[in-house]
Design a protein around this ligand. Structure first.
Ligand SMILES: [Mg+2]
Length: 241
């Protein structure tokens, strides 16, 4: 698609999202993922893809590449489940203190560009903001303490409370019931394609991905979903609609 057409399509998509399904008003609720959406995924990438294999290799006597391969294989088996996001489980499996590793890298926990302004715009427009994350509650708490973003939210949810990850329909049914999520009037933003597909299957209509969840990683292009370069377009439309 020519760049100009793509821009027009993006603008229409954003306008539709902020106009809600009726086209008459902006959404009443915005549900936001945390890691890779509000916060830079570089931190998590360092914890899981670099520090964990390195510490495991040192402890087990494996070479760094062998440790990396083993850790990746073991983690992959649980991808998309709540177990995959459970610190305590992996601390037991790898016999490492993951909480300590996270603590040592806490200086890498940062808010992505444009996020604070977007959250302020939600507040200014009276749109309910809900943070919904697969992060373990301990990790969630640490990130909220370090970044201070919790003050912008009307509700903060870890999927661990529901017993199912956001990739699962049972998360969405429990979450939607507890927080009275209207499918037609909710904007949902998440960097994880499997989660976007699950939310779409549940019936949420206005969905966005994130183009660069890890500031030092690869650019994503989820087919079927517009991936935001940053939040400033959405913020601008919120404040001018
Ligand atoms: Mg995420």
């Amino acid at each position: 698609m020519p760049p100009k057409m793509r821009k027009v399509r993006q603008d229409l998509r954003v306008t539709n999202a902020l106009a809600g399904s009726s086209g008459a008003s902006i959404p009443d609720t915005c549900v936001l993922d945390m890691d890779g959406t509000l916060l830079d995924l570089y931190f998590d990438s360092q914890v899981w893809n670099e520090c964990l294999p390195r510490h495991y290799g040192q402890r087990s006597g494996l070479s760094e590449s062998a440790a990396r391969e083993h850790v990746e294989q073991v983690l992959t088996r649980q991808r998309g489940t709540l177990t995959w996001y459970c610190f305590e489980h992996w601390s037991r499996v790898f016999r490492l203190e993951l909480t300590q590793i996270e603590y040592e890298l806490r200086h890498l926990i940062t808010v992505r560009p444009g996020v604070t302004e977007f959250l302020e715009a939600l507040q200014a427009r009276g749109i309910r903001a809900v943070l919904a994350t697969n992060a373990h509650p301990k990790s969630l708490l640490r990130k909220l303490e370090i970044t201070g973003i919790g003050r912008y939210f009307d509700a903060i949810v870890s999927s661990h409370e529901f017993g199912y990850a956001k990739e699962h329909q049972k998360f969405w049914s429990g979450f939607a019931e507890r927080y009275r999520i209207g499918l037609e009037r909710t904007l949902f933003i998440d960097d994880n394609l499997a989660v976007l597909l699950a939310a779409q299957r549940f019936g949420i209509r206005d969905l966005y991905g994130i183009a660069l969840p890890n500031s030092r990683g690869e650019r994503l292009n989820h087919e079927g979903f517009e991936c935001l370069e940053n939040f400033s377009d959405l913020t601008h439309r919120l404040m001018t609609s």
